[in-house]
Design a protein around this ligand. Structure first.
Ligand code: SF4
Length: 338
């Protein structure tokens, strides 16, 4: 059986050649070819014509023999692999393949957590994936609202959200989703989505929209870095329980105006890791959304002091707070009422 391994994962497992300044700590495997769904942003969608089959986001996924990958996982020459993630393309019969693969991985590396990111249609499929040995199942909803979902995905937003909530209730701590920033949502929609998923007990991984040639959204723009940094701060505050989405202030167009506290308090709550890759433990996804050399949307490693300051500065640049307000708050006065 052939499976696809991300180029970085192949390097880590000793199955590829080249250099990479940040290596993945998760081995990413793609199962299935050409999806039956028609997500407007995805190169594996049946509606896309990228001219090659080995792309997902901006990562290449060369084919490997499944047994060779299993042997490499067992040997783990780099000692870096701390998780395996199966990214499942929705194709007929693929879940049976995934089921077998998870069992095989668990049999050679029982210590290694395996997560499956797939489009399950019902609770029975989620249960089968978990029973095969996956520690977590991610059902990617991608869009932050039903409005955006209708613009760029097929299927039903409501049904997927309901399945996520039901599955999270049945399997606490084991259900997650992916949210893509930059598909056309407002920051208010994004915050509401983070809140809804947090309240439902659904874990989340944040991604940045990446225009890929041959997809319906190839000419759309990737989100600005400040937009992504704001999303990361909202995500951190909401998922850690520091704030609720309806406590933030938004403009009429849905952009963030201010968080629930003055910036000089918010910045104390935001550690450098708020700007690192989010999702399953040990998932760092280097270069999934950006080119080597670019400032990453999701840092796949700890941030340096300057990188952290720059990230905070980008968030502050988006707020409508002024220095007087912060100075007043710092002096013990009440700076703003709502
Ligand atoms: S968060 Fe990372 S490891 Fe988890 S399902 Fe998503 S891509 Fe895979």
């Amino acid at each position: 059986m052939k499976i696809r391994l991300s180029a970085g994962s192949a390097l880590v497992l000793g199955l590829g050649h080249g250099r990479c300044d940040v290596l993945p700590t998760t081995a990413y495997v793609m199962c299935g070819d050409r999806c039956v769904r028609s997500c407007a942003f995805c190169s594996q969608s049946r509606a896309s014509h990228p001219g090659r089959d080995d792309l997902l986001s901006r990562v290449t996924w060369p084919e490997h023999d499944a047994n060779t990958v299993l042997q490499a996982l067992e040997a783990d020459v780099s000692g870096r692999v701390r998780r395996v993630c199966l990214q499942v393309v929705d194709a007929p019969g693929v879940l049976e393949t995934v089921h077998r693969l998870v069992k095989s991985i668990r049999s050679v590396r029982p210590d290694l957590p395996v997560c499956v990111s797939a489009s399950a249609y019902g609770m029975a499929e989620v249960q089968i994936l978990l029973e095969s040995g996956a520690d977590r199942v991610s059902l990617p909803i991608d869009a932050a609202s039903e409005r955006v979902y209708r613009l760029c995905k097929s299927g039903s937003y409501t049904r997927t959200v309901r399945l996520l909530a039901d599955a999270a209730r049945a399997f606490p701590g084991r259900i997650a989703t992916h949210i893509i920033v930059g598909l056309g949502e407002t920051e208010h929609e994004l915050a509401l989505c983070f809140q809804h998923m947090t309240d439902a007990g659904v874990g989340m991984g944040l991604f940045a929209f990446t225009p890929i040639r041959g997809t319906s959204m190839q000419h759309a723009s990737a989100p600005g870095l400040s937009t992504y940094r704001v999303a990361q701060v909202m995500f951190y505050l909401i998922t850690r329980g520091y704030a609720r989405a309806d406590e933030f202030q938004y403009s009429q167009d849905g952009s963030i105006r201010m968080f629930h506290r003055p910036w000089n308090e918010i910045r104390m709550l935001i550690p450098p890791r708020a700007f690192e890759t989010s999702g399953c433990p040990d998932c760092n996804r280097p270069y999934y959304n950006e080119r080597p050399g670019d400032v990453p949307y999701n840092y796949p490693r700890p941030l340096g002091e300057d990188e952290y300051k720059e990230a905070l500065g980008l968030v502050y640049s988006r707020l409508e707070e002024d220095e007087d307000a912060n100075a007043l708050e710092a002096s013990g006065g009440r700076c703003r009422t709502r």
